[in-house]
Design a protein around this ligand. Structure first.
Ligand SMILES: Cc1cc2nc3c(=O)[nH]c(=O)nc-3n(C[C@H](O)[C@H](O)[C@H](O)COP(=O)(O)OP(=O)(O)OC[C@H]3O[C@@H](n4cnc5c(N)ncnc54)[C@H](O)[C@@H]3O)c2cc1C
Length: 558
C-alpha cells in the first residue's frame, strides 16, 4: 500500500510559483549555501523556514539506526512543519545537498505571512499538517521511542498523551516486539524501569510524567514571567480552544494552559455527530487538532502537560501559579477547565466509549440503541430522566443504583414516573462489575448486594448518568461556585445574592452589572462545562468560548 508520503506527495511538498516566492522575499533574507552545511538540527526550536532558490536541500530524520531520508528539496520547494509555526523543537535535520541560495523566513515573519497572504497560508498550512501526519503514519519516531506493555496503564497513558498531542513516536511493546528487549539492553534498562521513553536517542526517561516527556521533547513555548498577557485561558477543551482562536485572531496576546492535551472531554469522543458542519461526524481528536492549528496560526501560545494550580485574583494583573513552578500574569482570565464525568472503576471502560457506553441520553444515542435493552447507571435526576426517555418506546431499561433506592437522590415526580413505567426495572444495591465485547460493548455483568455473584447479561448499551465533577479545585475560593462546584457567571450571580437597592449581586465591586459570562471577579470569565447551567455540549462550549472574547474586548476598553 502507498504510504502517506507517496499518496499525498504533491500536497505535502508543493512548489511555490515565482510570484509567490517574490511575495515571500519581502519577509525573508537570502543566504548563500555550501554543500554539506547543516541549516537546522532535529530538536532545535525557533527554526527558520527555508525556500530553495537554487541548489538543493536534504531533509533527514535522525534516528537510532542512522538518518532516514525524507525528501530532497529543489528550487520552489520549502521546508517546515507544524512545529516551525509554533517555534517548537522540529523533527528533521535540514542539510544542503547542492550549494546554491535559500530564502530564510523567521518564525515571526512566517506568522505574519500566514496571517496576511491567504494563498500562501493555504499552501503552507496544508503542507505542514500533512507532513506531521506523514511522520506519524510512517512511525518515524526516532525522536521518541516508547518501550512498555500495552497492557500497562502507565504505557497507555503515555500513548494517549503523545497521540492526543499529535506527536510522532514509535511504540515498542515488550510483550510482542523483540526490538523492545534489544532497546532495553542497549540502554542498560530492566523491565522494572518500564514504561521508558527515549527522547532523541539520547535522554532516557523511566516511567516519566507527561510533563517530563513534554519538557524533554521541547513541546512547550518558553514562558516569560514578566509578560502581562491580555488573556490567559485555563483548559484547551472546545471552549478554551474557541476562545484562543477568536482572541488571537483579534490581536489579543493569548496563552492557553492545559493539563493533558488539546481537546478536553471531546478529545475522547470517537465521533461527534451533532457539531454543526460535520454531517458524517468528526472525531474529537481531529476537531481539537484543527482548532489547535487555527489558534497557533493566529499566534496563541499553548502550554500542554501544565496545570493551573492557583489563581490570585485580588488585583489586576491576575496571577496564575502553574504546576511547573512558574507564574503567569494576565489582565483577564478565562476559566475553561471543564468537568470530568464520574467513571466506573473498570479498566476497559474507555474501549467502549461511543461503542455502547454513553454519557448522554439524547435522541442520537436513543436511535443508536434501536429497540435493544439498555442499562442506565445513576440515582440522580439525570439518570431518572434518561430512563424515562429511553423507555418511552417500550424498550426495556435496567436502572442500576448502588444505594438502597432512589428516594435520597431523585425527585419524587421522577420516582413516581419510573414506578409507573413497567418496562423500567430498578436494580438497587447493584454495581456494574465487568464490560465485555469485541470491538463494541456486547455484554455487561452486575452484582446485587455486597456478596452477590456477578451475573452477565447480553446488553449492548450502557448509559453512565453518574454526574460530572467540575475542575474548579484550583480556583481556591477566588470566584463564587454553585453547590456542586460549578462556576457562577452573569445572571447566576444574582441567584447567589442580590443587593436589592442597586440591583447588583452582593459583593460586586463595579457600578455596571456583571457581563454574561463574567464571574464574581470582574475580568475573570468562565465558559463551557465548568460554568454553572451550561449545556454540556461541544457546540455550546465553542459558542461560549467565542462570545467571551467580545466581552473581554469590552472590558479591556473600559
Ligand atoms: C465520551 C464523551 C463523548 C461526548 N460526546 C459528545 C458529542 O458527541 N456531542 C457533544 O456535543 N458533546 C459531547 N460530549 C460533551 C463535550 O465533550 C463537552 O461538553 C465539551 O468537551 C466541553 O468542553 P469544555 O472546553 O467546556 O471542557 P472540557 O472538554 O472538559 O475541557 C476542559 C479542559 O481543561 C483542562 N483542565 C482542567 N483543569 C485544568 C487546570 N487546572 N489547568 C489546566 N487545564 C485544566 C482539562 O484537561 C481539559 O482538557 C462528550 C463528552 C464525553 C466525555
Amino acid at each position: 500500500m502507498a504510504t502517506l508520503y507517496e499518496s499525498r506527495r504533491e500536497q505535502m511538498f508543493p512548489k511555490l510559483t515565482a510570484q509567490q516566492i517574490a511575495r515571500l522575499e519581502l519577509h525573508g533574507r537570502k543566504i548563500r549555501t555550501t554543500a554539506g552545511q547543516v541549516l537546522s538540527e532535529a530538536g532545535e526550536s525557533h527554526r527558520d523556514l527555508y525556500v530553495v532558490l537554487s541548489g538543493s536541500l536534504e531533509i533527514l530524520r535522525p534516528g537510532m539506526q542512522g538518518d532516514v531520508p525524507i525528501t530532497i528539496e529543489v528550487p520552489g520547494d520549502f521546508t517546515g512543519e507544524m512545529s516551525t509555526l509554533r517555534g517548537l523543537g522540529g523533527f528533521t535535520r535540514v542539510r544542503v545537498a547542492e550549494a546554491g541560495e535559500i530564502l530564510a523566513v523567521s518564525e515571526p515573519q512566517l506568522r505574519t505571512v500566514v496571517q496576511t497572504d491567504s494563498e500562501i497560508m493555504e499552501i503552507f498550512m496544508r503542507a505542514f499538517i500533512l507532513r506531521r501526519m506523514g511522520l506519524i503514519a510512517a512511525e518515524q519516531g526516532g525522536d521518541v521511542i516508547l518501550v512498555g506493555s500495552t497492557n500497562s496503564s502507565g504505557t497507555l497513558r503515555l500513548v494517549q498523551f503523545l497521540t492526543r498531542n499529535t506527536y510522532p513516536f514509535m511504540l515498542k511493546d515488550i510483550d510482542t516486539d523483540e526490538d523492545a528487549k534489544e532497546c532495553l539492553a542497549h540502554f542498560n534498562l530492566s523491565s522494572g524501569d518500564l514504561p521508558v521513553v527515549v527522547c532523541r536517542g539520547q535522554v532516557v526517561l523511566k516511567n516519566p510524567s507527561n510533563a517530563e516527556v513534554a519538557a524533554c521533547l521541547g513541546m512547550n513555548p518558553q514562558l516569560d514571567a514578566a509578560r502581562i498577557r491580555d488573556v490567559v485561558i485555563i483548559g484547551a477543551g472546545p471552549s478554551g480552544l474557541a476562545a484562543a482562536v477568536y482572541a488571537a485572531s483579534e490581536g489579543l496576546d493569548v496563552l492557553v494552559i492545559e493539563t493533558v492535551a488539546p481537546g478536553g472531554q471531546a478529545g475522547s469522543s470517537s465521533r461527534i455527530e451533532n457539531y454543526l458542519g460535520f454531517p458524517t461526524g468528526i472525531s474529537g481528536l481531529a476537531l481539537a487538532g484543527r482548532a489547535l492549528v487555527q489558534a497557533q496560526k493566529f499566534g496563541a501560545d499553548v502550554a500542554i502537560a501544565t496545570s493551573a494550580l492557583r489563581l490570585s485574583c485580588d488585583h489586576v494583573p491576575f496571577q496564575i501559579g502553574l504546576s511547573d513552578g512558574q507564574t503567569v500574569r494576565s489582565r483577564t482570565v478565562i476559566i475553561a477547565s471543564g468537568a470530568e464525568y464520574r467513571k466506573l472503576a473498570l479498566d476497559n471502560l474507555a474501549d467502549y466509549l461511543g461503542l455502547g457506553v454513553y454519557y448522554a441520553a439524547t435522541a442520537v444515542e436513543r436511535t443508536l440503541c434501536g429497540d435493544d435493552e439498555v442499562i442506565v447507571v445513576g440515582g440522580g435526576n439525570s439518570a431518572g430522566q434518561a430512563s424515562v426517555f429511553l423507555a418511552n418506546n417500550g424498550r426495556r431499561v435496567n436502572l442500576v443504583v448502588r444505594a438502597d433506592g432512589l428516594a435520597a437522590s431523585m425527585s419524587r415526580y421522577l420516582i413516581r414516573r419510573i414506578e409507573e413505567t413497567p418496562n423500567i426495572q430498578l436494580h438497587a444495591n447493584t454495581q456494574i462489575t465487568a464490560l465485555e465485547g469485541k470491538g463494541r460493548l456486547e455484554r455487561v455483568a452486575w452484582r446485587t448486594g455486597a456478596n452477590g455473584k456477578p451475573q452477565t447479561h447480553a446488553i449492548r448499551h450502557l448509559f453512565l448518568m453518574t454526574g460530572a465533577v467540575p475542575n474548579t479545585e484550583w480556583l481556591q475560593g477566588c470566584v463564587a461556585l454553585d453547590e456542586k462546584g460549578f462556576v457562577r457567571t452573569g445572571p447566576d450571580l444574582h441567584v447567589a445574592g442580590s443587593n436589592t437597592q442597586s440591583g447588583l449581586p452582593d459583593g460586586w465591586p463595579l457600578s455596571r452589572p456583571p457581563l454574561h459570562l463574567e464571574t464574581t471577579i470582574p475580568g475573570i470569565f468562565a465558559v463551557g462545562d465548568v460554568r454553572c447551567g451550561s449545556a454540556k455540549r461541544v457546540a455550546a462550549a465553542v459558542g461560549e468560548g467565542s462570545v467571551c472574547v467580545q466581552l473581554i474586548h469590552r472590558l479591556l476598553s473600559e
